[in-house]
Design a protein. Structure first.
Length: 367
């Protein structure tokens, strides 16, 4: 059996670790990538399942490896300025990590080379992935299965664009002051919310908003106010603006059952509570079910994505400290999705319980 993972971003590396850990040693597994990755530079925040995969797959031990990966411990998510949402912890004794995305390939790939004789790294840019029926061609080289993790799609015709996720733009800022807290910040502001990811050598901040409601100048002005309020040191050259769609693939496997999508090739949804990274792990399990057991249920995948969209909306049900056009839009949309005619039903205990049960069922069930 020959399998290729194309792309060495977070999703591609996560996937190849899971494949190497689960498939038999006679399976030849290639990682094909161009070594050109352009992360936003603010780091990534994970759920419990990701450091577990690193521990099992490449012997990651936070105490010894945190400097090399630029990682810090994460025991939950701290919400500020959200109604009925405060600190949402992971289960007792469990932790995620916050890590430097740019350091992930340099950390993982040398370990894969040293630990797995059936692993091969191939540095090149892939031009074409094509199903041949029973085989898959990657620029003329044949494989039994290929996982496409090459990032955002060029064409969205085979994707569902959801209007039940409310952010589509952002400004990221790198502060050279490391954070001294062991959680990810989610700070509501008048036009959306802002995440804070503490790394070993800096803190990454991401200001998220909806460009259909808030202008770029309004967002920039609001961001500066927040940075000054929280006394966050920054320089304008360390700011980067971006826009995004909220989407997921109609199917993560082709008709022949041998080409899979993962990472941003499969989906991108508003990054509240690391839901996308959690989805990568779920897709890995579905890929393994198809390879090992010839089982793939596209309806199950769609049900998962609908639950993830509902999970995102859960956070907007009771609104925030801000009575602004964005929050009116998001809260109204969330209540429509949950049929929430009685806002008092969605109190703190309800939201915390929903969070705990959802994360356990969806993202940590395969630990």
């Amino acid at each position: 059996m020959k399998v290729a993972v194309v792309g060495a971003g977070t999703a591609g590396l996560y996937c190849i670790i899971e494949l190497l850990e689960s498939l038999p040693e006679f399976a030849k597994i290639d990682l094909i990538h161009s070594n050109v990755i352009d992360p936003l530079g603010v780091g990534e925040s994970s759920l419990v399942s990701f450091p577990h995969a690193l521990s099992c797959g490449v012997d990651y031990v936070h105490h010894f490896d945190s400097e090399e990966l630029g990682s810090t411990l994460k025991y939950g998510v701290q919400f500020k300025n959200w109604n009925s949402v405060g600190f949402i912890p992971f289960a007792s004794g469990s932790y995620g990590i916050q890590f430097d995305t740019a350091k992930l390939p340099q950390f993982i790939i040398p370990r894969l080379n040293g630990m797995y004789p059936n692993f091969t790294e191939k540095l090149r840019t892939v031009k074409e992935i094509k199903s041949l029926g029973k085989k898959v061609s990657v620029d003329g080289t044949e494989y039994d299965f290929v996982v496409d993790c090459r990032g955002y799609p060029e064409d969205y015709s085979d994707y569902i664009i959801t209007d039940k996720v409310y952010l589509n733009s952002g400004i990221v800022v790198k502060s050279h002051t490391p954070g001294d807290w062991e959680y990810t910040y989610h700070i509501a502001h008048e036009h959306g919310w802002m995440f804070g990811i503490p790394l070993r050598d800096r803190t990454g901040w991401g200001y998220l908003y909806n460009s259909n409601v808030t202008s770029q100048l309004e967002a920039q002005s609001s961001l500066i106010d927040i940075l000054q309020e929280y006394q966050i040191e920054f320089h304008s050259k360390n700011c980067r603006e971006f826009s995004f769609k909220n989407y997921y693939a109609k199917s993560i496997v082709n008709e022949d059952g041998n080409i899979f999508l993962n990472g941003n090739r499969a989906l991108f949804l508003e990054p509240i509570q690391a839901t996308s990274l959690g989805c990568y792990g779920l897709i890995n399990q579905m890929i393994l079910d198809r390879i090992e057991n010839d089982v793939y249920d596209n309806q199950k995948y769609h049900n998962i994505m609908k639950e993830v969209v509902a999970f995102i909306n859960l956070h907007y049900l009771n609104g925030s400290d801000f009575d602004t056009p964005f929050w009116k839009m998001a809260t109204t949309g969330a209540k429509e999705l949950f049929d929430g005619s009685d806002p008092s039903k969605y109190n703190w205990n309800y939201i915390l319980d929903w969070n705990t049960q959802f994360r356990k069922k969806m993202f940590d069930s395969f630990l």
